[in-house]
Write a protein that binds this ligand. Sequence first.
Ligand code: AKG
Length: 287
Amino acid sequence: MDHGKNTQEAIAHQFATDGYVTGLPGLTQKEVVDCRNRIDAFRQARPNDVAWAFDIKCNLLFDWVYRLCCHQALIDAVTPMTGDSIYVTNATFRIKHPHSAQAYGWHQDSARVQVDPCFVIVFLALSEQTTENGCLEVIPGSHTQVHPFQIIENRDGQDRRRVARTDNVNTSNAVPLELAPGELAVFSGNLVHGSGPNQSDNERVSLLIDYTPVRSKQNIGQGSGQLVKGHDPYGYIAQETVPAGNCLDVDVINRRETLSKWPENPLMGPLGKDGVISFPDSGTIGF
Ligand SMILES: O=C(O)CCC(=O)C(=O)O
């Protein structure tokens, strides 16, 4: 995608005001089908590994996910907001089966660990996203501060980890982000967002990717990421490696080492008093 200067400025302006932009072009239909085939092949081959492998930082596990994160259309979509030098600091699949209760209550991804300037999230539609199938919903303009929140276990969404949920959200101006397969929404990591269950007969498939400017600092701990564009003269963010293949043992061990070395990130939150590091992991591959 080649945004003209005016279009880029308009996108950056809308993002600054509302905290999101939506309906941007992303993948071709062929690229969507290729991605869906890879998802299905993994699910068929390793059904017991899906829950942890498609969760936190799956860009460290799958070479094809890493390549998607580097896709020019995605990089072009975030650059007006991040600037020219960017890390990918997370990618997670969010797949809702037909008629599943899987849902994400209202939250800000940056609630527990704040990042300044905040990361920008690409929501990549890998299927149609509709109100009926539980598309992403956002609260325009809610990205200017961190709102009070509670920590809960979200068994209907992110199994095996604790998450933040925003208190008393005024949902009267919530906007559902309906998208066609391949399209993108881009939103601030500070934006209040969530989504309901899938009440349709079709699967809702999406990938969320966090893009963090190289100049960003966390208020707690140190972030880590893959430098996907430009240069990093600051060194605030630790360098992650690129996956070797399609969730090979070496990739699993690498992700485990990365999450153990830099455990405090917006998804995992601050370390508790006990200092125990906990994240969804294979459990079947020993060091
Ligand atoms: O996929 C969705 O609808 C929302 C997912 C989400 O907000 C999250 O994983 O933090």
